[in-house]
Ligand binder design. Sequence first.
Ligand SMILES: *Cc1c(COP(=O)(O)O)cnc(C)c1O
Length: 404
Amino acid sequence: MDTTPSASGTPDAQAPYRTTGALATHAVHAGREDLAALGLHAAPLDLSTTYPSSDSRGEGLRLDEFAATGAQLEGPPVYARLDNPTVGRFEQALARLEGTESAVAFASGMAALTAVLLARSAAGLRHVVAVRPLYGCSDHLLSGGLLGTEVTWTDPEGIADAVRPDTALVMVETPANPTLAEVDLDAVARACGRVPLLVDNTFATPVLQRPREHGARFVLHSATKYLGGHGDVLGGVVACDEEFARDLRRIRFATGGVLHPLAGYLLLRGLSTLPVRVKEQSATAAELVRRLAADPRVTAVHYPRLGGAMVAFEVRDDPHEVISGVRLITPAVSLGSVDTLIQHPGSISHRIVAAGDRAAGGISEKLLRMSVGLEDVEDLWQDLDLALSGLRPRPEPRRETAVR
Ligand SMILES: *Cc1c(COP(=O)(O)O)cnc(C)c1O
């Protein structure tokens, strides 16, 4: 029985994931329920690569079992490429927040997506139906054929017609990187029929959207972004049913794209503040959206109906001048950190996507993507306002540093 507290503080095994109150509680407690009994407060960080055992006959049988099924090992760990207790805590917590049975963590978001594609192509399914825009490297991984996948790009209305007997999955991102375009997940899930729907939930986070509740079978995160939340850890995770989690664990064991335990530790810690970060950053983003929308130097503002802390906007003048004009805001790719970042998707995050495909995905060359952090809204606006004015001098070119 699930004994984690629900919003009201009473155990409730049936519907613990629905309300935001429960989510905030799970963010702090999931994956840590056993700590008090262990006499611990903070989750332990286990950096061991290997674990001693005098029973090699027994270990052999356990390894057979893992290789055959991908079921999480019972008892002590064996070797860090199979599993790690600290990473396991993060997986448990993320599964709880997404309302899925299981979750499997990887070295990065791209390693997670790769494992999903490999697991499906091992079942003979290599065709993917996808809706643009996707994160630039996801687009590249699918359309570049690096893993032998064949992709059919379509709009949400075309999904049912694009699905074939050999379709491995349907992939959407909502809100999408970088335009923040949204798709109706319930409608998309219906159009998928029996084909699994993979939703990249990196931008929304489980705080704003739990795709499982809308019929998605696989929920992907670049944990590097909001889950970590501090710009200091690279990771990825797939939240899904236990049956697919077993396929993913076998792939992860055989291909080695594991999440480092320190990253698992930082991600678990990041989850505790995820609800407050997302709430606070979203409020600031909504205010910046209001001001940008009223500004004549801005020709379009994209902000999801769902809300969130990502803002995209198109500028009348040169977007590169805005990037070189910010001082408080960091001009850098990536997102989801406590500080505000801005970047030009056409030059960086979506550079790897062919210009024509970028345009097809609605990514204008005038588009800027901003990840709103926890700074004071007036300080952020002052910085944006000056950057938009184009009055700031270009910064000095980067100097060579003595130590490399
Ligand atoms: C960054 C990102 C990824 C890739 O994640 P990495 O952790 O950088 O490998 C995938 N999807 C989205 C939406 C992203 O923003």
